[in-house]
Write a new protein. Structure first.
Length: 402
C-alpha cells in the first residue's frame, strides 16, 4: 500500500466500482482561458477529460459534469458562464452536451433526473455559489442529490477542500477519474518510490513560491538544479553582486541554509555559474552573458548563461526520474528563452520518466515543442507543488480507498 504523508494513495478508480447504467457526477477542471469576447483560447483542459467521459458513456452511464471557471467570488457573473465550454465539449465528443444554468436546486435536479444513459449535461459554474469554496455541507448534499456515484477528475483543485471536491464524498461513493489516476501515479511515484538518479529542476520567479517543495526535494533527490529568477537569491546568498536582478533579500539566509542542507545530505545542488544580463526588463534590451562574479551593478539577470545551460543539460542526461517546475529565465522574451529551451530539450532527450508541472513551465515546454517527449505533464500547478511537498491533498484523501 502506498502511503504519502500517512495517507493511503491506493485510491479506487472508475474501474473499481459499478458505473454501468448509473448516474455519475464528474468533477472536472474546465477553468479554461478566455479572451475578451469570451472565446476559449486553449481547450487542453477540456480534451484532457475526454477519456473519462468516453469511458463512462461506453458503460451507458448518464454523465453530469460540474466545474468552476474563473473567480466569480460566489455571485452569478455572466462572463464566467460554462455555456461555451458545453459547446466546445460537444464538438470534441461528437455528441450533444446539454447545459443547465444552475448547478444545484430544482432546475439542476429536474435535468439530472431526466438525463438518460449515454447522455451528458454540464452544470453552470460551481463558484457562482459562495458555498462551494466554503465546503458547505448543505451545498455538497444538494450536488450529491444529482447522482449515484462521484468521480473526481479535477486534480488541479484537489489541494482545496471545496464542496464539489471534498464535501460531496460524504454523500456518494467517490472514485478517481483517469486524469486523476494518472496524476496520482506519476506524482506518487516521485514522492514515495523515486527511481535514481532523481534530478529535480526548480525555477520560476521566486524562492518564496517554491520553498516548501525545495526543502522536501532535498530529502529525496540526487541532484537539485536551480534556475530562473529564484537563482538570483542563491547567487546573492553566495556574496556576488546581483545588480538589479530579482532578489528576495529576506530569503538570503534561507538560501544559505538550503546550500548547507544540500551539502550535508550529499545532494548535488547546481546553481548558475553564468547568467544572461540585460540593461532593462524588455525584449529589446541590450544583453550579454557574464560569469556570476561579473554582473554589472545596474543590469539584471534574466536567464541562465550558456555554460550553465550546458552543465544543466549534462546533469539530466543520465537521470531515471526528472521533476521540473519553473522556467530557467524570462522565456516569454525570445532573447531570454535559451536556457529554458536547452533544459527542455535535454529533459525531452533523456530516457528518464519526466514530470513537468506549473502553468509557465508547461507553456515553455509547448513553446519549445517537446511536450510529446515528456512522460507526464501535470495539469495542476499549485496542486502538483503541494503533492511534491508531501502535503495531504484533501480532494485526493477524500477519494475512497481500495
Ligand atoms: P510556473 O508557472 O511554471 O510554476 P512560475 O510562475 O514560478 O513558473 O515562474 C514563471 C515566471 O518566472 C515567468 O513569467 C518568467 O518570466 C519568470 N522568470 C524566470 N526567470 C526570471 C528572472 N531571471 N527574472 C525575473 N523573472 C523571471
Ligand atoms: Mg506561473
Amino acid at each position: 500500500m502506498a502511503l504519502f504523508g500517512g495517507v493511503n494513495m491506493n485510491k479506487k478508480t472508475m474501474r473499481d466500482i459499478e458505473v454501468t447504467g448509473k448516474k455519475v457526477l464528474v468533477r472536472v477542471d474546465y477553468n479554461v482561458p478566455l479572451d475578451k469576447s469570451g472565446n476559449i483560447t486553449d481547450d487542453t483542459r477540456i480534451r484532457a477529460t475526454l477519456p473519462t467521459i468516453e469511458y463512462l458513456l461506453s458503460k451507458n452511464a448518464a454523465v453530469v459534469l460540474a466545474s468552476h471557471l474563473g473567480r466569480p467570488k460566489g455571485t452569478v457573473a455572466p462572463q464566467y458562464t460554462l455555456l461555451p465550454v458545453a459547446k466546445r465539449l460537444g464538438e470534441l465528443l461528437g455528441k450533444e452536451v446539454q447545459f443547465v444554468d444552475e448547478c444545484v436546486g430544482p432546475k439542476a435536479e429536474a435535468k439530472a433526473a431526466e438525463l438518460k444513459s449515454g447522455q451528458v449535461v454540464l452544470l453552470e459554474n460551481l463558484r457562482f455559489h459562495a458555498e462551494e469554496e466554503k465546503n458547505n455541507a448543505d451545498f455538497a448534499a444538494k450536488l450529491a442529490k444529482l447522482a449515484e456515484v462521484f468521480v473526481n477528475d479535477a486534480f488541479g483543485v484537489s489541494h482545496r477542500a471545496h464542496a464539489s471536491v471534498e464535501g460531496i464524498t460524504k454523500y456518494l461513493p467517490a472514485v478517481a477519474g483517469f486524469l486523476m489516476e494518472k496524476e496520482i501515479n506519476f506524482l506518487g511515484q516521485a514522492v514515495s518510490s523515486p527511481s535514481h538518479p532523481y534530478v529535480a529542476i526548480i525555477g520560476g520567479a521566486k524562492v518564496s513560491d517554491k520553498i516548501g517543495v525545495i526543502g522536501n526535494l532535498l530529502a529525496k533527490v540526487d541532484t537539485l538544479i536551480i534556475g530562473g529568477g529564484m537563482a538570483n537569491t542563491f547567487i546573492a546568498a553566495q556574496g556576488y553582486v546581483t545588480g538589479k536582478s530579482l532578489v528576495e533579500e529576506d530569503k538570503l539566509d534561507l538560501a544559505r541554509s538550503l546550500i548547507e542542507d544540500a551539502k550535508k545530505r550529499g545532494v548535488s545542488l547546481l546553481l548558475p555559474t553564468d547568467v544572461v544580463v540585460a540593461d532593462q526588463f524588455a525584449a529589446d534590451a541590450a544583453s550579454k552573458a557574464v560569469s556570476i562574479n561579473n554582473i554589472p551593478g545596474d543590469w539584471m539577470a534574466l536567464d541562465i548563461g550558456p555554460d550553465t545551460s550546458k552543465a544543466y543539460a549534462a546533469a539530466v542526461k543520465d537521470a531515471k526520474l526528472i521533476v521540473w517546475n519553473g522556467p530557467m529565465g524570462v522565456f516569454e522574451m525570445d532573447v531570454f528563452a535559451k536556457g529554458t529551451e536547452a533544459v527542455a530539450k535535454a529533459v525531452a532527450a533523456s530516457e528518464a520518466v519526466s514530470v513537468v508541472g506549473g502553468g509557465d513551465s508547461i507553456a515553455a515546454i509547448e513553446k519549445v515543442g517537446v511536450q510529446k517527449e515528456i512522460s507526464h505533464i501535470s495539469t495542476g500547478g499549485g496542486a502538483s507543488l503541494e503533492f511534491l511537498e508531501g502535503k495531504v491533498l484533501p480532494g485526493i484523501a477524500a477519494i475512497n480507498d481500495k
